[in-house]
Design a protein around this ligand. Structure first.
Ligand SMILES: NC(=O)c1ccc[n+]([C@@H]2O[C@H](COP(=O)([O-])OP(=O)(O)OC[C@H]3O[C@@H](n4cnc5c(N)ncnc54)[C@H](OP(=O)(O)O)[C@@H]3O)[C@@H](O)[C@H]2O)c1
Length: 268
């Protein structure tokens, strides 16, 4: 699969499988099927409580052929908590390193210095290859870039045609931070959009492929989630299409600054 080089020097596959809300045996089966279909990048988090179910699916494969991302929960950002939660995550996943470890949400109540010092220690110890953040605004990123002693390679944020965060994307590009789009299908909402449906119909592709391709052509990593086997190859095939400049522009105009994920603790 096509990859993007991170500022750490490691490469990330441009499409991965999101696993939020995938639980139990179903989670193991979907991840197993996804890898058989050609997915090499799996996105999880400690808070998803599914890392133990992902473990048997990834155990069947050569570790270095997979790219595994996990995330550190927001109340576990002190130096010792970071080290502890990383060990727990590795043990749940049954692996000895993460390809990418993200701070799931910023938390102004815990000094960022502690968190980034612990992440640097994990990188030195070989427990994580690359580090990054999630749900960071430009303000958070400016502060973090002044603190972290190792490259902040990633910002994973909500991004889809109804939340086209162009300023954040430009800031990330300028600072060598790759962006991952979570909820890249807008949890299905954007797939009913007239413009996306029309482009899909014209190209004989599905709305999901068009929505994912719009992100990929912006240089954004995508991690669509599905609980349905038949959608695994469909989403993967977003890699094989091309949108014209005109089609890209049409989708660019759909922005409504509409956030799906906005928990009470968010610092947006
Ligand atoms: N960092 C963060 O704070 C954060 C927050 C949210 C999500 N995430 C990550 O991002 C991943 C993806 O985001 P998400 O799960 O919120 O939303 P999403 O991937 O945008 O949408 C998932 C929804 O779309 C449906 N779907 C998937 N493929 C489809 C297709 N080809 N055609 C029609 N519908 C399709 C799924 O239904 P079916 O299951 O029925 O296919 C599911 O209801 C998560 O799983 C998680 O790993 C991270």
């Amino acid at each position: 699969m096509e990859t993007i080089k991170l500022s750490s020097g490691y490469s990330i596959p441009i499409l991965g499988l999101g696993t939020w809300q995938l639980k139990g045996q179903r989670c193991t089966e979907i991840v197993k099927n996804a890898i058989e279909e050609g997915y090499t990048h799996i996105d999880t988090a400690w808070i998803y409580e599914n890392q133990e179910e992902i473990a048997p699916a990834i155990a069947e494969h050569e570790r270095k052929k997979l790219f595994i991302t996990s995330k550190l929960w927001r109340d576990q950002l002190s130096y010792s908590d970071v080290l502890e939660q990383c060990d727990e995550t590795l043990s749940q996943l049954g692996i000895d390193y993460l390809d990418l470890y993200l701070i799931h949400w910023p938390n102004k109540d815990i000094p960022m210095e502690e968190t980034f010092n612990a992440l640097a220690k994990l990188a030195t110890d070989g427990k994580v290859k690359s580090i990054g953040v999630s749900n960071f605004t430009i303000t958070h990123l400016k502060k973090a870039l002044g603190i972290s002693k190792i490259p902040i390679t990633m910002n994973q944020v909500e991004y889809h045609p109804y939340l086209n965060q162009e300023d954040l994307l430009a800031y990330c590009n300028d600072n060598n931070i790759t962006l991952t789009a979570y909820s890249p299908l807008g949890r299905g909402i954007v797939l009913k959009d007239r413009v996306i449906l029309a482009i899909a119909e014209r190209k004989k592709k599905t709305p999901a492929q068009v929505a994912l391709r719009w992100l990929i052509q912006k240089g954004i990593i995508v991690i669509p989630k599905t609980t349905r086997e038949e959608r695994l190859p469909e989403n993967l095939l977003a890699l094989d299409i091309t949108l014209t400049a005109e089609e890209m522009k049409q989708i660019d105009t759909l922005n409504r600054n509409e956030r799906i994920v906005h928990p009470g603790f968010a610092e947006f």
